[in-house]
Design a protein around this ligand. Structure first.
Ligand code: G3P
Ligand code: CA
Length: 258
């Protein structure tokens, strides 16, 4: 696998599986990651949260109820206790026994097989939060995956901090819903390499602004062939999808059509 910055130079578009292949497997589990790879996803997006004992885990919500049989906030649980929870049954009985994975295990699964989009969830600024971001960079570097990962967030101050830790980091500023600033201003305000917004926020003004400024932009969550064609018409650089098994074959068909 070539470094992600070289991939971007050589390819005009990338499909990223959202929380793994979360349309066909329970989000942010090893099963969802495995299915994203099976679908041929060149990039996988995951969300990072911290346990009470400061372990980095792959999980979306602050609270456990929606996707596990646990209750309360993930930050109040130890890693050992979280690992006892079922993170697959809510999705389908065939995924009973899926666990909340450690970030390191997900990264090791993806190493050499797909680029990783690590989303950092917004948190209040603190010395501890800063130390954990530095630890995240150290983990990725320790696995020799730094050039294969991008870091995205709605929390643009976290992206600024990441760059202060490591100038070579690649970051994507996710548009905070309701922020009507031009993508150029959003990206420049935090020194990000790219811009991301929802398909509902994708307007001609935003896509033209990105294209004219040469800013790569990705759109979430694009789940159907029609939505894919819509974002391609806008000149998007990538998409985040729950449905890589549908969207990737459709993209390949479009890309191979003269
Ligand atoms: O990649 C963008 C997307 O993941 C952000 O929203 O809520 O799915 O983490 P969310
Ligand atoms: Ca996410």
């Amino acid at each position: 696998m070539i470094p992600f910055n070289e991939f971007v130079e050589e390819n005009s578009f990338i499909v990223c599986a959202h929380r793994g292949a979360s349309g066909i497997a329970p989000e942010n589990t090893m099963a969802a990651v495995a299915m994203a790879l099976e679908c041929g996803a060149p990039m996988v997006e995951i969300d990072v949260q911290y346990t009470r004992d400061r372990k980095m885990v792959v999980f979306h919500d602050d609270s456990l109820e929606r996707t596990t049989d646990g209750k309360g906030l993930i930050k109040d649980w130890t890693f050992e206790d979280l690992r006892k929870l079922d993170a697959g049954a809510w999705f389908s009985p065939s995924f009973v026994g899926q666990r909340i994975p450690a970030l390191v295990d997900v990264l090791e699964e993806l190493r050499g097989r797909a680029y990783v989009n690590i989303e950092i969830k917004p948190r209040a600024a603190s010395e501890q939060a800063a130390a954990e971001l530095a630890e995240l960079i150290a983990l990725v570097k320790g696995l020799e995956m730094f050039g294969k990962c991008v870091f995205s967030s709605f929390d643009h101050s976290a992206l600024v901090y990441l760059r202060s830790v490591e100038t070579e980091v690649r970051t994507i500023a996710l548009n905070v819903p309701g922020d009507e600033r031009s993508p150029v201003r959003v990206v420049r305000s935090c020194g990000a390499d790219g811009f991301g917004c929802s398909i509902e926020e994708l307007t001609k003004e935003r896509s033209e602004a990105c294209r004219h400024a040469g800013i790569p932009f990705g759109i979430y969550t694009v789940n159907t062939p029609q939505e894919l064609e819509f974002v391609l018409d806008h000149g998007a650089s990538g998409i985040v999808t729950n449905m890589p098994h549908i969207v990737i074959p459709h993209y390949r068909m479009i890309a191979s059509t003269p």
